[in-house]
Design a protein around this ligand. Sequence first.
Ligand SMILES: C[S@@+](CC[C@H](N)C(=O)[O-])C[C@H]1O[C@@H](n2cnc3c(N)ncnc32)[C@H](O)[C@@H]1O
Length: 239
Amino acid sequence: MTDRSDLKTFRWKGREGPFELFLSDHTFAPSKVSELLAEALELSGGETVIDMGCGSGVLSIVAARLGAGEVHGVDAAPDTVEIATLNAERLGVADRTHFYQGDLFDPLPRDLKADVIIGDVSGIPDPVARVTGWFPSGRGGGPRGSELPIRMLREAPGWLKEGGKLLLPTGTLQDETSILQVAKDLFGRLTKLVERQFPLPAVVAESQEVLALMKERVVELTQRGSRLLWAARVWECTV
Ligand SMILES: C[S@@+](CC[C@H](N)C(=O)[O-])C[C@H]1O[C@@H](n2cnc3c(N)ncnc32)[C@H](O)[C@@H]1O
């Protein structure tokens, strides 16, 4: 490991926390949706898990702590392997976690089959990603926030064991209808596991590009008092 005094620390307070994570300028900082996914993760022990869009490795670490036999995390961010491995080592789960950098399932061993895929790739519209700064790359999941999740969904069934499941986060900040339609066509059964509402950051509501997406009903918000809220949900997709 070269000197990484540039790294920041982040305190994970979700499931299996609290614990500290190291993040670089390229690493996604775990969010409320990461917490929802961690809540929704049910493991009985020994499972093989693919953590797609693993960022800091946070959900891989949670999965390992919950008893997964092996976890394979992938992210497009340039220093994924270094950062996620560092976090897994510090938290004592490096023997069960493997990290890869690249596009979706491309870097994974060809013969890998998972019991569970955590399908958490970027999924908000690019204009929302730009104004919120939530994504270090400045990119979301495509113009409508659905393009990348749909590409991930189309590849996912081939990486699942028989009886396996995909955990899919969706929300009203993206073209959720299109994502759920593709998930239903590919998997057949979708069960909503958790749902939560979050206040919309003011910068999002003020962006002209986001207003255009609201007019098209790609982004759907609800008003509560003076606040605009968006909803996030986690689905279990099974064949
Ligand atoms: C919403 S973040 C989730 C990160 C992590 N699961 C967490 O909870 O903190 C989505 C992640 O998808 C990654 N990503 C974007 N495009 C990708 C691609 N084509 N292949 C793999 N990962 C990608 C981003 O770099 C980002 O870290």
